[in-house]
Design a protein around this ligand. Sequence first.
Ligand code: UDP
Length: 489
Amino acid sequence: MAPTEGDEQPPLRMLFFRFLLPGHLIPMADMAALFAARGVRCTILTTPLQASTIRSIVDRANTSLGSVDVVVVPFPDVGLPPSAESGTGLTSKDYNDRFLRTAELLQEPFRRFLSSHHAEIDAVVSDGLFHWSVDDAAEHGIPRITFLGTSMFARSCTEAMLRSNPFEVCSDDPATVISLPGLPHRVVELRGQMMDPVKRPHEWALFQLIHAADRRSYGELFNSFHELEPAYAEHYRATLHRRAWLVGPVALASGSGKDVTSRGAVAGALSPESIGCLRWLDEKPASSVLYVSFGTMTIFSPEQMRELARGLDLSGKNFLWVIANGSASTDLCMPDGFPMAHRGYIVRGWAPQVLILNHPAVGGYMTHCGWNSTLEAVSAGVPMVTWPRYADQFHNEKLVAEVLEVGVGVGAEDYATWMETHRLIGSEVIAESIRKVMKKETMWKKAEELGAKARAAVEKGGSSYDDVGQLMEELMARRCSGRTARGQL
Ligand code: UDP
């Protein structure tokens, strides 16, 4: 018999399941921690190495009365070495393709887990990439909530692009200006900056599948907050008729802002130079340092690394540059005496990004516009030099530079992964964008105001705090009214 409203109910239980990349797993763990802090029992399904990268977030959540458990399943056998499980530093297209196949192979352990535990689970929070999870969850009458991990702005742009397919009626010149229809702002991008279906039929088809599955889902969770992109929250609900809960910035909401040194590092381990960068920052004047990091998946060519090094030098600013594993051997790319003689510090590998962004010495962030990094900069009130490469990054650049006006672009024009060729961006242009961001006082003011709004959103009574409560109430009401019939959401 279905429980009734007045019955004492056990806590809600949510299953979190995301693709095996740091940029997907870190915000998922943060999000699980914030639901756990509100009394939800959270389970994360992931693989062994990835479990080690989110261990510090999970442990912290559990010491502060939350309940997050991690169910570890084997890394799918796709013929990759064990170190490749992190998904970063993959050295060839073949390795990259194999890694992407794990997204399909994880369906089997996910199905097995659901078969044994479906009776206890109130909702599955699934990566959008796992489009098939909508049917697996529906088979057990469990609502599937998508978490793609991007901004509402980028999500709306992609939706407009997939729906209208503007490429069909325009020149295939990458310099063609394309306007995305039906959005709250006028958004125009160059064809070369977009996911072009002629060049990328597989990616386009995958996104069609993802969006179709999301439309059939119970709703969507966003690592964002209403005050950041109110027109897009409204667009999502009123125009697209989709349910969305904006619960971020999750890196703030989970409370992990207090102790985040090893957040996301494999086995929680940081190199001495990585820890040393915080001491180096301590010695620098307020807002004098540009933080330079392009997330976990961006690799520049040796020529581009050299131009970037020269650009940092020419800018005349202090800089802290994080070079991800897999990048070109930097010793070959740098000018003599770099970086110390040039006011800089380099970290190779993993760095404590949230701590760096919140350090008083940091006054700007050169970023690839991955959504987590972008939102972490917004939360810290730091303006950005934007250098997008692919995925949602060009959309996020528009949001940062044109809608929020807290960034300046370096002029990236080609949507391409690290395995493809990019037009070289010269040192003078790089230096000029850095100078603009580091001196623009109005931009700093706007960035600081946004940071304050971000922090308020996750406080008790803030918009993100309320959206968490709203979703929990809906899930509890759904439980109390009895499960819908099999196959129904
Ligand atoms: N990150 C970090 N240290 C690093 C590199 C990345 O803590 O040295 C974190 C960063 O704070 C963010 C995530 O990894 O939470 C990267 O996600 P994002 O969406 O910005 O970029 P991606 O790596 O997915 O392209």
